[in-house]
Design a protein around this ligand. Structure first.
Ligand SMILES: Nc1ncnc2c1ncn2[C@@H]1O[C@H](COP(=O)(O)OP(=O)(O)OP(=O)(O)O)[C@@H](O)[C@H]1O
Ligand SMILES: [Mg+2]
Length: 181
């Protein structure tokens, strides 16, 4: 994987020391974001955590919803995947194992994430975490960050940057999905 620049955004947490941006893709429209989710789903396994970073409206929920539906498999295309904005987490039983979709935007204290059981879930479920900035820099070493950013002059396009610790097995799988979608 080649090094790519990390877009700066003062509202988003910087990755922990040592994490590096390692892949970048342009998602020209919401359908491309869904296609990436479908390409990634079969490469995920329990214990994988995707930290979804990006401003309000960046597309984190759009991506997570498509991923949950893909992980549910046949029939999942129309599954109800509500935003966990107020509940903080939604948990799904899927053929790929338990999937936790969290939105930590309204987290009052990082300790609350532990009380929600998110720490434990990161060990044995597939976790999709919006606003992981709220628990930074306490990110699991096996997790990766996927940063979505708006692109000037292209309202429906998003730049996606994968940021991960060196040698991350999950990053290799995510990068493969980004290249091969
Ligand atoms: N390429 C794209 N990928 C994903 N979403 C896109 C894209 N282009 C436009 N959109 C639109 O941007 C919006 C993203 O909303 P979404 O709720 O996913 O944002 P979010 O990052 O989860 O925000 P929040 O921080 O409020 O939870 C949707 O309306 C979606 O249709
Ligand atoms: Mg959201």
């Amino acid at each position: 994987m080649t090094a790519v620049p990390l877009p700066t955004d003062p509202e988003l947490a910087a990755p922990p020391p040592g994490w590096v941006p390692c892949a970048r893709a342009v998602l020209p429209d919401p359908g491309a974001t869904e296609a990436l989710a479908r390409a990634l789903a079969p490469r995920l396994a329990p214990g994988d955590t995707l930290l979804l970073q990006g401003q309000l409206g960046a597309g984190k929920s759009h991506f997570a919803r498509a991923l949950v539906r893909a992980l549910i498999g046949p029939g999942g295309e129309t599954a109800e995947v509500p935003s966990p904005t107020f509940t903080l987490v939604q948990v799904y039983d899927t053929p790929a194992g338990e999937v936790w979709h969290a939105d930590l935007y309204r987290l009052s204290d990082p300790q609350e994430a532990v009380e929600l059981g998110l720490d434990a879930a990161m060990e044995d479920a597939i976790c999709l975490v919006e606003w992981p900035d709220r628990i930074a820099p306490d990110w699991p070493a096996g997790a990766v960050s996927l940063r979505l950013a708006a692109m000037p002059g292209a309202p429906d396009a998003r730049a996606l940057t994968l940021v991960a610790p060196p040698g991350s097995d999950l990053a290799t799988r995510v990068a493969a999905a980004m290249e091969g979608r």
